[in-house]
Design a protein around this ligand. Sequence first.
Ligand code: MV4
Length: 452
Amino acid sequence: MPKSITKVLIANRGEIALRINRACHELGLSTVAVYSTADADSLHVKFADESVCIGPPQPRESYLNIHALLSAAEVTGADAVHPGYGFLSENAQFARACADMGLLFIGPSADSIQRMGNKIQAKETVAKAGVPLLPSVKLASSDGKPVSESDVKAQAKEMGYPVLIKAANGGGGRGMKIVREESELMKLLEIARSESKAAFGSDEVFIEKYCVEPRHIEFQILGDKQGHLIHLGERDCSIQRRHQKILEETPSPAMTPQLREKMGASAIAAASAVDYATAGTIEFLVDKDKNYYFLEMNTRIQVEHPITEMVTGVDLLREQILTAMGESLKIKQKDVVMKGHSIECRVTAEDPKTFAPSPGRISLFHPPMGYGVRLESTACSDYFVSPYYDSMISKLIVHADTRDLAIAKMREALKEFVILGVKTSIPLHLKILDSQDFREGRYTTKFLETFV
Ligand code: MV4
């Protein structure tokens, strides 16, 4: 049933708030920005039609404050909410609260978020749909009884060390523990349980076979409320540090048309298993023999979505909003063609060697411009980079016919990108682009560890 909306509350800040604002205006929708007192002068406030201050700088008091956000929607008469990424974007309680207030949540249902939020449940759900998983150790029987210590050890031994302990309610790699031999297993399990309890409010953990030096390749999914699901190819996100992505590209240098066909079908099967009806991402690990395994599903629009837009020509924000409103997807799988190559560099206000945050005022901001160059940025001259939030200030995206040309275009764009007043990651991006291994597409999630 189509829901007509006129005003969207953007429950986020930074470049993604600007991206959502633009997409809404292009669709003739008006917008409400929310901001903390630290963001009063931000571009996302200036460009929205209305704005509401929702609290002090600390995220918990503002961008994570469900009550303040819902009040802002009420006083402005917004009829929809876009959560962006991070903050409350994968919070089932927030999605449910919006729905209960009659606000259209531009994202998955609370139910879909919940079903994918628990990684054990997510794995069970997609396994039934035939999606390949890494072998794992059963820690509890189906009625919830814990499996005995000797049985856990026997299972881990059969799988072979190293194994990896993960928090069921974690995600993004937080709280993972590598176990190299049996003698460490029980001790590390206990530590992982108590850390998970403290960080995620649940001591539920699971054990997987550890995949050594994988690539991290994710598939973009798009669904509608009529039950259509398509994929828009992959993004290679292996260049990361401490689970923060630094550079992403599509197509992946490791991809082949046959592998894309198989992984794309698995991605659709995984999304279909939770009746997914919006934009989302299925994360996989790919090992050196090109075996692939489902990791987790991200039920949000992601930071790196622009590279997919550049090669497919599909405006993901527009499609996400239209499908949320109940329109059916106009694009069919056979119409999705990946053209050329796209790379994104996440430019952060950080020391490029130590990665220490470098907050402060940007005195001069000169963005690169030109054919095939795109910038998604919250920064500008005289912008103050706040210490309260993520240090990413711009995403620089290029598109060219070939990977070599995209690398050349990115190098030039980075060199023309002038940001004075704070340290930035630009020198690190240039160093990555200049490395022989990167240029040959030979890299895994270990790349930056051995490089910086
Ligand atoms: C793994 C793995 C190796 N083996 N699981 C990190 C993020 C979270 N989604 C899962 N992650 C990993 N899971 C097994 N069984 C290696 C990683 C991993 C990783 C994954 C994606 C991107 C970067 C990464 C960096 C280090 C480890």
